[in-house]
Structures are given as C-alpha cells and as structure tokens.
Design a protein around this ligand. Structure first.
Ligand SMILES: O=C(O)c1ccccc1N[C@@H]1O[C@H](COP(=O)(O)O)[C@@H](O)[C@H]1O
Length: 221
C-alpha cells in the first residue's frame, strides 16, 4: 500500500459528488443498499453512479444482513469491486459470500469497548478487509452512518490479518488525529462530509480527503 492514506467516501447518491470524490483522490466510493438509510440507492441509481467511476477507484456496495437473492440481483445489475457487510453476518457467512459472489468482502465490526476487539481478530482471518467502526447504540436506527466515533486508543497500533479502514464520526477536523493515534492507513466517512443526512457536500469531501492525505502516519507499515 502506498504511503498516502486511502479514503473511502461512503453513501454517495449523486453523480456530482461521485465526481468530486474521484477528483479529490478517493480510492473507494460506497453505495448504500439499506432502505432505512437516508443514503439508500436503488440498483438503477447505483448502476448510473458506478458508471461514472474510473478504473482504480473501487466501487463498494454496503449491505446489511442481505440475503443471497438480494446480493445476486445487486451483483448482476451494478458493476462492483467490493461488498461491505455492515450487519450481523457471521465469519462463516463472510467466507460463503466471498466464494459465492467472487468479490472481496469488507466486514464492518463495531467497537465500543475492549470486549469488542476479539471480533476484529476473528473476522480479520476470513475477510479481505476490516472496517473498524463505532458500535451503534442499542436504539440507533442505523447500524452505521451515525456520525458516532469510539475511543481510538482501543485500537492504537493494533494490526489484523488483513488490511483495515477506520470509520465512525470522522470529519475533516478530526481525521488527522485519528490517523496519528490509530495508525490507520485507510479511512471511511459518510456523515462527516454531509450538510444534512444523506446530502454530501463537495467542499466537505475535498476538505476531508485533503486532511486525510496530509496526515502524518508515524506507525510502521
Ligand atoms: O451510511 C449509512 O447510511 C449506513 C447505513 C447502514 C450501515 C452503515 C452505514 N454507513 C457506514 O458507517 C460508516 C460510519 O459512518 P459515519 O462517517 O460515522 O457517518 C460509514 O463510513 C459507512 O461505511
């Protein structure tokens, strides 16, 4: 992996913001397939957005406890490079989906305290990537995308068997500190680049990517 921190902009719904993310240097763009989310897109919308994305930028589909029929239809209709599983998918389900759909799988794991770290070790052995996110509160409407961060000291300098991204409550103001503290080489953001739930803003996308890429990562690769 190159030295610059890789950025994923998640929950894109509009071609102008896809363009803004790509132009600013995003390495991943994420589309949300979860009806309760303000960032939910249909397969047709996602397909149109995906067709704006150049080679070299990974198109990630975020799903939550999706069944095989949904994933089959999704992968048939939308050109994708990665599946992001943001529900209660087990390690066995991660393994099965990698095999069935032939796409790399990134498994999101929510962290609130030290008791959550064992799950990262377990999923790190079966997933292609880990997304280390804040664990939502019990009454949260969404399993992610809540603008909630966690105590980054819990994972400072930790490593897993696969590459990983830091997520949860990141924005242009805190991303450099998060990178310095955790050693993250990849970061993911959704609400931190929005002006309202589900409404991304090109200036915020630019500011976030610029802050992430200029952050100094002092941890060895
Ligand atoms: O963004 C959403 O709407 C969403 C819905 C369901 C599951 C996950 C979702 N988003 C993911 O959560 C992280 C953190 O979000 P935020 O930056 O704290 O708002 C985000 O990067 C998405 O991958």
């Amino acid at each position: 992996m190159s030295d610059a921190v890789h950025v994923k902009i998640c929950g894109l719904t509009d071609p102008d913001n896809v363009q803004a993310a790509v132009a600013a240097g995003a390495r991943y763009v994420g589309f949300v397939f979860f009806p309760k989310s303000p960032r939910n897109v249909t397969f047709a919308q996602a397909r149109a957005l995906a067709l704006c994305v150049p080679e070299g930028v990974a198109k990630v589909a975020l799903t939550v406890d999706a069944d095989d029929d949904m994933l089959h239809a999704l992968t048939q209709e939308v050109p994708l490079d990665m599946l992001q599983l943001h529900g209660h998918e087990t390690p066995a389900r991660v393994t099965a989906l990698r095999q069935r759909f032939g796409l790399p799988v990134m498994k999101a794991v929510g962290v609130a305290g030290p008791e959550d770290l064992a799950a990262l070790d377990a999923y790190g052995k079966v997933a292609d990537q880990l997304l280390v996110d804040a664990k939502p509160s019990a009454d949260a409407m969404l399993p992610g995308g809540n603008g909630l961060s966690f105590d980054w000291r819990l994972i400072a300098g930790r490593r897993w068997a696969c590459p990983w991204m830091l997520a949860g409550g990141l924005d242009a103001e805190n991303v450099a500190a998060a990178i310095r503290l955790t050693g993250a080489r990849q970061v993911d953001v959704s609400s931190g680049v929005e002006i309202a739930p589900g409404k991304k803003d090109a200036a915020r996308i630019n500011a976030f990517i610029s802050a992430a890429q200029s952050a100094t990562n002092t941890f060895p690769v």
